[in-house]
Design a protein around this ligand. Structure first.
Ligand code: 9Z3
Length: 319
């Protein structure tokens, strides 16, 4: 089927979006979890990071059969969550349903059954010996943070779900003040179809091209920085495919919203190098071929760098 996608630039305001669009069904219970979790971390005196991870979808129908999606795998967010947990943070992990998850990402689901063995009596299942070392190491790390109640996962699918959830999380971590960080690694749709313009049922194919008009998703970042999480240390990500544009676009984003850090990355090289842009400073973070070969992940260095910046931010703004 030939399809044509037109994008219109007129857009409703960020605040109006939340009045008009349908909130996710489980939003109230998510809000409650976010508030309880944040309060607990406050009592424990922990730092807390909200990580967003994975792409968002744009449905083309209310009863969505078709939707627009993007490339994001959730690898950046999932790896970063583990390193923040290792650094002592509590983590709220807002992720695209079915994107990579912290801890689980180390195992390939399609090989799940290959890892298991059945005893001779066919009454008991165990994990094969060769999988035990890796499973044990991941499982112990996972159980530690779960027992300490330091890890909360909540999922989204559409861009609308994502924005409602992000607002709820940013508002919930307000109790943590400057000890909260927002680490916005999700690849968020820039264009969507407002619910008032969505057909109820599956679009019928008539053999002719389909033209879909998308509106710009209202820019929420200003509201996030100023209203939802004014004290938090905010890290946004800038993605480009043209590396010549990356620095200028990253600096532009920082200048526009006056938050703390923009991490810039190029699609093809995102697992090997990023730039970290703060006001007045640009640093490159990269992993060498040798490190890559050894399985070192760039998120290890990225999280270490950002955790140090966050500590400095907490110290400086206290004085
Ligand atoms: C990123 O740039 C992330 O690093 C990636 C990670 C999505 C590239 P993966 O999920 O990839 O590990 O496969 N996230 C932000 C992307 C984005 O859409 N940024 C917007 C922009 O560049 C600002 S919100 O304009």
């Amino acid at each position: 089927m030939a399809e044509c996608i037109a994008i219109e630039s007129t857009s409703m305001s960020a605040r109006a979006f939340f009045e008009v669009e349908k909130r996710p069904q489980n939003l109230e219970s998510s809000c409650l979890k976010l508030q309880e979790f944040s309060q607990l971390q406050k009592e424990e005196g922990r730092k807390l990071v909200v990580i967003t991870s994975g792409g968002t979808t744009v449905p083309l129908e209310h009863r969505a059969v078709r939707f627009i999606d993007n490339f994001s795998t959730g690898s950046r967010g999932a790896a970063s969550a583990e390193y923040f947990l290792e650094a002592g943070y509590a983590v709220i992990f807002l992720h695209r349903k079915e994107a990579l998850l912290p801890f689980y990402r180390h195992f390939n689901c399609s090989q799940f059954l290959e890892h298991l063995a059945v005893n001779d009596e066919r009454s008991h299942v165990s994990v094969k010996d060769d999988v035990v070392p890796k499973l044990l190491s991941v499982l112990l790390r996972y159980q530690d943070v779960s027992n300490q109640k330091r890890f909360l996962m909540l999922e989204f699918t559409t861009v609308t779900d994502y924005l409602f959830l992000l607002r709820a999380a940013a508002e919930a971590v307000h109790v943590i003040g400057r000890n909260a960080m927002l680490y916005l690694a999700s690849a968020v749709s820039d264009f969507y179809i407002p619910s008032t313009e969505l057909p109820e049922h599956k679009i019928q194919s008539s053999g002719k091209p389909l033209t879909v008009t998308l509106q710009a998703v209202p820019k929420m970042f200003g509201l996030l920085v100023q209203d939802w999480a004014p004290d938090a240390f905010i890290v946004s990500f800038k993605l480009e495919t043209n590396k010549e544009l990356l620095l200028q676009k990253s600096e532009g984003a920082l200048d526009k919203y006056q938050h703390n850090v923009v991490v810039g990355n190029v699609l093809e090289t995102r697992k090997r190098q990023v730039i970290i842009v703060t006001s007045g400073e640009v640093e490159g973070v990269a992993i060498s071929k040798e490190e890559l070969h050894q399985g070192v992940e760039i998120e290890l260095k990225l999280v270490d760098n950002l955790a140090k910046k966050h500590s400095r931010y907490c110290r400086e703004t206290k004085e």
